[in-house]
Each structure stands twice: as C-alpha cells, then as structure tokens.
Design a binder for this molecule. Structure first.
Ligand code: PLP
Length: 381
C-alpha cells in the first residue's frame, strides 16, 4: 500500500512514530492507574504525563483535561441541560448548535433532539453572528455549541466573538475543536470557550481516545456521561485506556513541536493544489475566501458525481473523501453544503482533499494529474 496517496487526513491520520513507541512501551505495563502499588503508579504516571501534554498544548491546567473515548463522547458529555454559568440564575434550558456541526453535536447529547435550535451559516460557511445574536438576546440562557474548524470545508469560526455573544447573554459555550487540534495553534483560554472537545486520531494518535477540556471555572453542574469508579476525578467512570492515552500524549507533543512550520508547509501545498485545480478544470472551491485550515480543500467540478470520482481515484491509488452523503443509492449534498445554500446538483459533486505531515508536493502533483485525466471522462456530457 506504500505507493498509495492518502489525502483523507480529516477522516483520520496515521499513527506517528512517537505514538507507536509510547503505545508499545505502555503495552508492557500491567498496573491499573487507580492501584496504589508500584505497577499502578507506573500506569498512573503515563496517564498524568499525557494529561500534561494535552494541557500544555492548549494552554490550560492539567486538572482541566478529562480523557474520554474520543470526540464523540466529549461532545455528548458536554451537551447537557444541567450546566450553569456562574452569574446565571438557572441552568441552561436550551441548546443552540450551528447547522454545520458534526453529527455527534447535531444529535444534541442529553438535550431533547427535537428541541435543538439551529444557528445558520453564511454562504462561505461562517456562523451568521447576527442570527446567533437574535437567538440569544432577551431569551432564556442557552448552551451554544460551535465547532472551531469544520471537517468538510476547513472553515475556522470566530470563536472569541461567539464566546462574547454567548457569555453576554448568560449562556455557556462548547467548542468542538476536534479538527483544529494539531493543525492550527489552539489556545483555549484565548478562545473564551467553556468546554472544548478534542480527539487523538486527527493528529497522529490512536482512534478511540479524546478529551473534554473543562476550560472555565465559571461553569458549574457538569455531570458525567459515564458514572462508575470515580476515575478522572469523578468526571468519567471506567478504567482509563492507558495505552491509548499514552499514545495521545506522545502524538500531541509531536504535533506541537513542529506545528508552525507544518502549518506554513501545508498552506503552500494547499495553494499548489488549488491553483492547479483552478487552472486545469472548471472547479469551484468552497469557502475559498473564509479563514480555513491549511490542510483542507473542498471543491466540485460542476457536472461531476463525487461517488464516481471517489471510486475512480481509489482505483488510481488515491484516497479522498466525498463532501456528499449517499443514501438509498442517491448522492445527496452534505448537510454542511446544504446549510451554506449550495444547490444539490453542485453539492453532489463535492470532493474533500485533506493533507497531513507526510503529504508532499509530488502527492499533490500526482493528484492533479489523476484529476486531469479523470475529469476528461467524468465531465463528458
Ligand atoms: N467532531 C468533528 C468535527 C469531527 O470531525 C469528528 C470526527 O470525524 C468528531 C467530532 C468525532 O470524533 P471521534 O471520531 O474521536 O469520535
């Protein structure tokens, strides 16, 4: 498989060498981190070292980091009606989420899914701040959930401005930062969010590990989703996934070390890809004018079908993702493109290319060449 080109890093990433080493070392440990003997203490040390790495990377105290089974569990835990902002008279009774959230947020956690209120986005995929303001002002305090970076378009939201709006209305802000962590610098205190979800497998860590960051001391009443033996200071029951957590710690430390250079390198690759796409065929790059992750390009060639293109590219040795969903054999626009007002016939041709630290200029050029050959076939009337 080594000659394949993997351009689907927003779906998941390969394990970093540092991650593999840390996980292999952790495999040798027998102890339960809750045990007081030497074996237990050795396992506890791995968990706490990883917690420090996560905390250091995002600028919070280690005590604010609660390990979970991934981004989905972190999101589900955060979305609950018992949260209360320090100055608010009552817990949040409403949930507002943006229309472009990940399905694990759109599901609403412990809120009644039928009562979730939706905050719209602009055609560029940015939160419509006026519409959000209208949902908040003069109404009962709400929990608001907005992602930092979108998994399909890569659009980065103005979280600080959103936090000011939400807090001004006595609400609580949860931010799904799963796609942002490891790709752009993440300074949680500067974001102003109260709760932040992250996941290891988007940055070279293992699948099935993540964290919910309790970023604010102003928010009370957070109830665990999984209750049990009091692990994670009572915030998440269950014996810790020591091997996975050790891998997460090693991955995040490695991601942090080279981040600024890697961001610049990926932005160069993104320009090369997008210039190449624009020169060689009539493509539309979504959210091109919005602040975006440097690794993500969502585009479509009018008239193409994403499912056909994806299969043809796969046969050519290139893994990409469709920015569209297939149900009952019919290709639909993704909910993100729909929310941006993209017509279905355009959205159903959307492809997402997402790069990572092993992506090279030559990978981009191979992709452009494959796309050139394919578009001649795919776009025939
Ligand atoms: N949030 C976003 C924006 C994601 O892209 C994903 C994964 O694709 C998740 C949450 C879920 O994370 P996990 O796979 O760790 O459950």
């Amino acid at each position: 498989m080594t000659d394949r080109i993997y351009l689907d890093w927003n779906a998941t990433t390969p394990l970093r060498a540092e991650t593999k080493r840390a996980m292999a070392d952790a495999l040798e440990l027998v102890g339960n981190p809750s045990s007081v003997h030497a074996e237990g203490r050795a396992a506890r040390k791995l968990v706490e070292d990883a917690r420090h790495e996560v905390a250091r990377t995002v600028g919070v105290d280690a005590a604010s980091v609660v390990f979970t089974s991934g981004g989905t569990e972190a999101n589900t835990t955060a979305l609950q009606p018992l949260l209360q902002a320090a100055r608010a008279a009552a817990p949040v009774a409403r949930l507002i989420v943006s229309t472009i959230e990940h399905p694990s947020v759109l599901a609403g956690g412990r809120f009644d899914a039928a009562k979730i209120e939706l905050a719209p986005v602009t055609p560029e995929g940015l939160i419509d701040l006026d519409a959000l303001r209208a949902l908040l002002i003069g109404q009962a305090p709400a929990l608001v959930s907005v992602m930092l970076a979108n998994n399909e378009t890569g659009v980065i939201q103005p979280i600080r401005a959103i936090a000011d709006l939400v807090h001004g209305a006595g609400g609580v802000l949860h931010v799904d930062a799963v796609q942002a962590l490891g790709k752009i610098a993440l300074d949680v205190p500067a974001l102003g969010a109260d709760l932040v979800s992250v996941s290891a497998h988007k940055l070279g860590g293992p699948k099935g590990v993540g964290a919910l960051i309790h970023a604010s001391r102003e928010v009370q009443g957070l109830m665990p989703l999984i209750r049990g033996g009091g692990q994670e200071r009572g915030h998440r029951g269950g014996t810790e996934n020591v091997i996975g957590i050790a891998g997460f710690g090693a991955a995040i430390a490695a991601a942090r070390a080279g981040l600024a250079d890697e961001e610049r390198r990926q932005a160069t690759l993104q320009r090369r890809l997008e210039d190449g796409l624009s020169q060689r065929s009539n493509v539309l790059i979504f959210s091109k004018m919005a602040p975006r992750l440097p690794n993500t390009t969502l585009f479509c060639a009018p008239g193409a079908r994403a499912d056909t293109a994806l299969m043809a590219l796969d046969l050519a040795g290139i893994a990409v993702s469709a920015g569209a969903a297939c149900s009952s054999g019919k290709v639909q626009s993704s909910h993100v493109l729909k929310a941006m007002g993209v017509p279905v016939e355009i959205g159903q041709g959307a492809l997402r290319l997402s790069c990572g630290w092993t992506t090279t200029e030559s990978d981009i050029d191979c992709y452009l060449e494959a796309w050139r050959k394919l578009s001649g076939v795919l776009l025939k009337p």
